[in-house]
Design a protein. Structure first.
Length: 163
């Protein structure tokens, strides 16, 4: 059984797609632990604000299997195949961590944006503050405490779940 950490983002009907995404994740994975939901400005393009969160879960799937489930959930929720990287999203689901694996295929783990994007690091530090980054060898809370918070505007919001 592996413990995985998942980044979820949306800036198109985010309440609808967060709920749909979490419902789908709960079908495929167990022991979900949800961070708070955070709102942030779009990064890399001009667009509506994003909602973001991190979810921890347990899985029997290997890394490729997890990624395939994420891609299917995204597509089932209107994600356009081949859409530009920096563009609006109905649902963006990324694998951040798979236990303490460090790999480059089928995806890069740990995901680089953990240490570069506040919308990933803050919610990760919230649900796994004492867990250590497998390359930086610092806890996520320590990484968040030392993060330059002037780089990105981010704020927690109240969110009403119906999944």
């Amino acid at each position: 059984m592996a413990r995985i950490f998942i980044s979820i983002g949306s800036n198109i009907e985010p309440e609808r797609y967060f709920n749909a995404g979490l419902k789908a994740l709960s079908v495929h994975f167990s022991n979900l632990c949800l961070s708070s939901v955070f709102e942030s400005e779009a990064v890399g393009f001009n667009g509506s604000n994003f909602l973001n969160m991190v979810v921890a879960a347990d899985t029997e799937l290997d890394i490729a299997g997890v990624v395939a489930v994420f891609k299917q959930i995204e597509q089932d929720n209107g994600r356009k195949i081949g859409a530009k990287k920096f563009s609006p999203r109905t649902l963006d689901i990324d694998l951040l961590l798979y236990d303490d694996c460090v790999v480059t295929t089928p995806v890069e783990l740990p995901r680089a944006e953990i240490t570069t994007n506040a919308f990933v690091l803050w919610p990760l530090a919230e649900i796994a503050p004492d867990l250590s980054h497998p390359l930086a060898h610092q806890s996520y809370q320590s990484l968040w405490d030392n993060y330059d918070k002037s780089q990105q505007k981010l704020w927690p919001i109240e969110f009403h779940w119906s999944y």
